[in-house]
Design a protein around this ligand. Structure first.
Ligand code: GUN
Length: 293
């Protein structure tokens, strides 16, 4: 019979509260020094409901720590040239420390072109190739918010990472790929032996069962099941999905990429959804904005 390990939560809300209290102090110091607080702008193109919700929570988080924030809403029909023009204006705006362009963008706009147009010194999302290159070389720069939030969460809970096998599922440019690089860096948290698994990986469960640290960013609801996880593993769930639930007043509930109920009893630590990685992503964006000024 397998041993049951009592799991502990990697609580992104509590960790964020602690970090945001420090960010708020820094923000008032910046304001005293420069006469204005840190200022973040977010560009939202179109009417996608999920993107709007994310952007609004970023703006709200800014206000809560005493930052200034500006939400720029642009129509779905905006041309690529007009959007690039707006980005150039924001690059030049001296009242602005950093900005983000929420993804995904409408299909007629080349997101890579837009990302490339952002001044790397204002790229608080850390998506510009220059910032990604700096990350690879362990040079100072902006780290992408979600991977950086996960790193902060592991640090907050003093999770030992050196020498451990970290399996990352999902190779997106904004989560899986940078995460695999950060976990293999010669730093803390880091120094892991990393496996980056993706849609073409064969016998995924055999690989995930070897993971001491399993980071799941595959974008499929409750994809990771108990049989895929080793006893005592540390599991970080990056996914967030609304699934219909008639027992809820809202008619839906939020789940991650991990079947939490089944997997949690096997873990030493697990980041829940909601309340794990999500709040940390926003906290990292605030940290990057502070760094930008
Ligand atoms: N879409 C999903 N996550 C993100 C993010 O962190 N930043 C931006 N700009 N768009 C996103």
């Amino acid at each position: 019979m397998s041993e049951v390990v009592a799991h502990q939560l990697l609580d992104g809300r509590r960790c964020s509260e602690a970090l945001r209290a420090r960010i708020a102090e820094e923000a008032s110091a910046v304001k005293a020094r420069r006469g204005r607080p840190p200022h973040l702008a977010a560009v939202l193109v179109g009417q996608d409901g999920a993107s709007r919700t994310y952007v609004e929570s970023k703006v709200k988080a800014c206000e809560e720590v005493g930052f200034r924030s500006t939400l720029i809403t642009l129509p779905e029909t905006i041309t690529e040239d007009d959007l690039l023009h707006r980005v150039k204006q924001l690059n030049k705006d001296k009242e602005l420390d950093g900005f983000i362009v929420q993804l995904p963008l409408p299909a007629h706009i080349d997101a890579d072109k837009v990302t490339l147009a952002i001044d790397p010194d204002k790229d608080v999302d850390g998506f510009h190739p220059e910032n990604l290159g700096r990350m690879v070389l362990s040079q100072p720069g902006f780290l992408p918010a979600t991977p950086s939030g996960i790193v902060e969460l592991l640090r907050h809970y003093h999770i030992e990472t050196a020498g451990r096998h970290c399996v990352v599922i999902g190779r997106s440019h904004i989560v899986g790929t940078p995460m695999s690089i950060l976990m293999s860096r010669n730093a803390y948290p880091g120094n892991c032996t990393v496996t980056l698994a993706h849609s073409r990986t064969k016998d995924l469960a055999a690989i995930t069962r070897q993971a001491d640290i399993l980071i799941v960013a595959i974008g499929r609801p409750e994809f990771v099941t108990a049989d895929m996880v080793k006893e005592g593993a540390i599991v970080v769930d990056v996914g967030i999905h609304r699934i219909p639930d008639a027992t809820r007043k809202s008619g839906f509930r939020l789940v991650g990429d991990v079947d939490f109920e089944a997997v949690a009893p096997r873990c030493s630590w697990i980041a829940p959804v909601p309340g794990g990685v999500g709040p940390m992503t926003i906290t990292s964006l605030l940290l990057n904005t502070l760094k930008a000024c």
